[in-house]
Design a binder for this molecule. Structure first.
Ligand code: ADP
Length: 266
């Protein structure tokens, strides 16, 4: 426990040293708290799908289900939970690499249009299954930006999957435009929206709006923290506009100046 604080009485070097030690102890304590919360979250997130997998697999294995319809239903739950587990593991892996500073971006001049089209192609089926229209509005003459196309695709996939996941009817729109100052990419949906009170937290690891509801939607609560980190590593910023029951727009802004300054980094 790092709550023990040194009593600092003097204002000389020894006193300053005392303050520094206290600051250090406080930040160590914060680190330990976050770490504890993080691991307890991971354990919970991993345990839940595993419990489902075991439960349904056991019922099937023990021959407790007769009807084919029910068997199919249980198998489909097992399948979905295993996909969920796979996503969670992938997200955790990506996050841990980011945090250890182990991710090396492969910065190159890239055409966001191509990345958008690739990502959209991958989520097309999901949108169709929910009868959502998936629209593109890609302006001509958008300059190339410097970025890592694999990471950018991951960012787009996370945003698109969320847009589809949290939208019951209507559309998902990807727009690419350019202004004098920046290249602007946005993903908008006509979905359930996020309340103003919750907006500040949604980039936090494991944060989900209304936890009980999140289970029915799937998801890991890690997607947006990865989005934010990847975008910032590529010199961009993320903003959100959302209104409950109306929809959500995530906007990625890549300032031209910034891009040039960071051009040499890779
Ligand atoms: P998850 O894997 O749970 O979707 P994310 O980190 O991607 O985790 O998102 C965090 C939370 O933000 C989600 O659980 C959801 O409540 C909310 N959210 C994200 N994207 C949207 C969206 N397009 N519309 C409404 N809510 C969203």
């Amino acid at each position: 426990n790092w709550e023990t604080r040194l009593q600092v009485r003097s204002r000389d070097e020894i006193g300053m040293l005392g303050h520094s030690i206290n600051d250090l102890a406080a930040s160590l304590q914060r680190y330990r708290d976050t770490r504890r919360a993080f691991f307890s979250n991971i354990s919970h997130e991993l345990r839940t799908p595993v419990t489902y997998l075991q439960g349904y697999a056991k019922v099937l294995k023990d021959g407790l289900v007769d009807s084919d319809k029910e068997k199919k239903q249980y198998l489909s739950i097992i399948y979905q939970e295993s996909i969920r587990l796979e996503h969670l593991i992938n997200d955790l892996f990506a996050l841990s690499k980011i945090e250890e500073g182990q991710i090396k971006l492969n910065m190159e001049w890239m055409d966001l249009k191509t990345t958008i089209k690739t990502a959209v192609q991958k989520v097309k089926l999901k949108a169709e299954e929910k009868r959502l229209s998936l629209q593109l509005d890609l302006h001509d003459h958008v300059p190339l930006i410097r970025g890592d196309h694999k990471r950018m695709e991951q960012v787009l996939l996370n945003l698109l999957e969320n847009a589809i996941r949290y939208t019951e009817k209507g559309s998902v729109l990807v727009r690419l435009t350019t202004t004098k100052e920046a290249t602007v990419l946005s993903v908008s949906d006509t979905g359930i929206g996020i309340s103003e009170e919750e907006l500040p937290y949604i980039f936090e690891r494991f944060y989900r709006v209304e936890k009980s509801r999140a289970r029915e939607y799937g998801g890991t609560g890690l997607g947006l923290s990865i989005v934010k980190k990847f975008v910032e590593m590529q010199g961009g910023t993320v903003r959100i506009d959302s209104q409950i029951g109306v929809g959500t727009t995530f906007t990625l802004i890549f300032t031209h100046e910034k891009k040039q300054k960071r051009g040499g980094m890779s």
